[in-house]
Design a protein around this ligand. Structure first.
Ligand SMILES: Nc1ncnc2c1ncn2[C@@H]1O[C@H](COP(=O)(O)OP(=O)(O)OP(=O)(O)O)[C@@H](O)[C@H]1O
Length: 279
């Protein structure tokens, strides 16, 4: 098993000069090439921070992240990010959006126009893969949320990244569209052989997509538990009804509740009832 991403004693402290927030403490994690890892945990446990540090959008305060053995010191074309908000350019068509990063690089890094031609072939292929051929000339505001996110994913895949970093990419979509997107993202993962790190609040999504689910805990942000997902590599929606799936979902949800520092509903109800009882 070849290690793709090594996270070693990673720490991140945000400070505004007066207050410090320890967003990550002593995070250690190795992610193999062509592995699909999902990150879950209570709000504020550092999932997005960790993803942004892998992407090079944020600098660690302590420790190191290496990709292919080389320390991450900023963003790179080998690591593409997809966010919850599609961040498409409203004045560009679908196809122009997909090719946009390539166009920018022509100016910035002296990529030749023949590189751009090759990218155009790939852009066409990605457009079909996403089922968006009919929408190539449409503008983002003419598309549904699911279609916009497919454009954002195609744009991220255009430069053939080895690593896809996804921050709640389906968080704004309705349940049916999410299911379709889950199968699409798994299909792309198998085709493109990327290494995926996927942040989500949705435990079911984390289990369905991930080979491992990394549960993080807040204050300070840290890894609490790593779960191997006991499902066959080839997923299908019916697996969500299997006893292993349901058992793991329960276990992870329970642990998120325990680590979130919030009281369980029953505790809270008992307390409220006591406070409102007369005498
Ligand atoms: N730019 C920033 N400046 C200061 N504090 C920050 C910044 N970004 C994140 N934080 C803090 O760091 C901690 C971790 O935040 P982060 O967004 O990584 O968590 P998360 O697990 O992704 O949360 P959520 O699930 O709510 O999106 C939180 O306490 C957050 O308030």
């Amino acid at each position: 098993m070849q290690t793709k991403i090594q996270i070693e004693a990673a720490g991140k402290i945000y400070t505004d000069g007066k207050h410090n927030v320890e967003a990550l403490r002593a995070v250690n994690l190795d992610i193999a090439a062509n592995e699909f890892v999902t990150l879950v945990g209570a709000s504020g446990c550092g999932k997005s921070t960790l993803l942004r540090c892998i992407g090079g959008l944020e600098e660690l305060s302590l420790g190191e992240i290496r990709v292919d053995g080389r320390p991450v010191s900023g963003p790179g074309v080998n690591r593409a990010m997809v966010f919850q908000h599609y961040s498409l350019y409203p004045w560009l068509t679908v196809m122009e959006n997909i090719k946009f990063s390539r166009r920018l690089k022509v100016h910035r890094e002296g990529i030749t126009s023949s590189d751009v031609e090759t990218a155009s072939g790939r852009a066409d292929a990605l457009l079909s893969l996403m089922g968006l051929n009919h929408a190539a000339l449409a503008y983002p505001d003419q598309l549904s949320g699911g279609m916009q996110q497919r454009v954002a994913i195609a744009r991220a895949l255009l430069p053939k990244p080895d690593i896809l970093l996804l921050d709640e990419p389906f968080g704004a979509l309705d349940a049916q569209t999410r299911e379709v997107m889950h199968d699409l993202i798994l299909h792309i993962f198998n085709l493109e052989k990327t290494t995926n790190v996927f942040v989500t609040h949705d435990v079911e999504e984390a289990i369905y997509l991930g080979q491992r689910v990394v549960l993080m805990a807040p204050r300070p942000g840290r890894i609490d538990t790593i779960y191997e997902v006991p499902l066959p590599a080839e997923r299908d929606q019916d697996m969500k009804l299997s006893p292993e799936f349901i058992r793991l979902k329960k276990e992870i949800l329970q642990r998120i509740r325990e680590t979130s520092g919030m009281r369980t509903d029953k505790d809270m109800l008992d307390r409220l009832t006591r406070q409102t009882e007369p005498g």
